[in-house]
Design a protein around this ligand. Structure first.
Ligand code: C5P
Ligand code: MG
Length: 173
């Protein structure tokens, strides 16, 4: 059996006026957006941490410190792509990503495909390896009161060179 690793990621950002709502690299039209140092793409941050976690490579703050001005307003897909590259340098490929965005409003179902496509392109993965789900917090707590958004992600990595996929035609990274 080849080695398979699992990583967990979680993030939260406040919602504020005058900010874009960027989720998985897709800008969702809404009167509020996510506040923070980068573009504050809560979903991209959770998936980035899940990839780093699976490869035991620390966390997003170690690789992209928010004290560093180069990440100010930055497209968080840059973090995601870098995490993927770091994992790959350690000999891992991503098997799949599953994630949940918890946001009271707006409804996000119509954006699922666009988000999955953007993540697939960024991670250089087939779209069917990427799942994005949406939940409300049932009006409870800061998320439920519409003051913030959370995201959770789980990523599986497979060590290359030891698994059946490594030698299978058409399965190269
Ligand atoms: O949170 P709740 O269980 O009520 O969500 C029901 C469904 O509504 C979710 O499974 C998802 O399909 C959709 N949803 C959404 N956008 C949100 C929250 C939930 O599309 N912001
Ligand atoms: Mg974040």
């Amino acid at each position: 059996m080849s080695e398979v690793r699992t990583g967990l990621g979680w993030d939260v950002h406040r919602l504020a006026a005058g900010r874009p709502l960027v989720l998985g690299g897709v800008t969702v039209p809404f009167e509020l957006g996510l506040e923070g140092h980068s573009d504050s793409d809560v979903l991209a941050h959770a998936i980035t941490d899940a990839i780093l976690g699976a490869a035991a490579l620390g966390d997003i703050g170690v690789h992209f410190p928010d004290s560093d001005p180069q990440w100010q307003g930055c497209d968080s897909l840059v973090f995601l792509r870098r995490a993927r590259d770091l994992a790959e340098e350690q000999g891992y490929r991503i098997v799949n990503v599953d994630s949940t965005v918890v946001l009271e409003r707006p409804k996000l179902n119509d954006f699922r495909d666009a988000i999955r496509e953007r993540l697939a392109e960024t991670l250089r993965l087939e779209k069917d390896r990427i799942s994005v789900k949406f939940k409300t917090a049932e009006k409870m707590g800061p998320v439920g009161e519409g003051r913030s958004a959370e995201a959770q992600a789980v990523v599986s990595l497979q060590k290359l060179g030891s698994g059946p996929w490594h030698n299978a035609p058409g399965q190269g990274v």
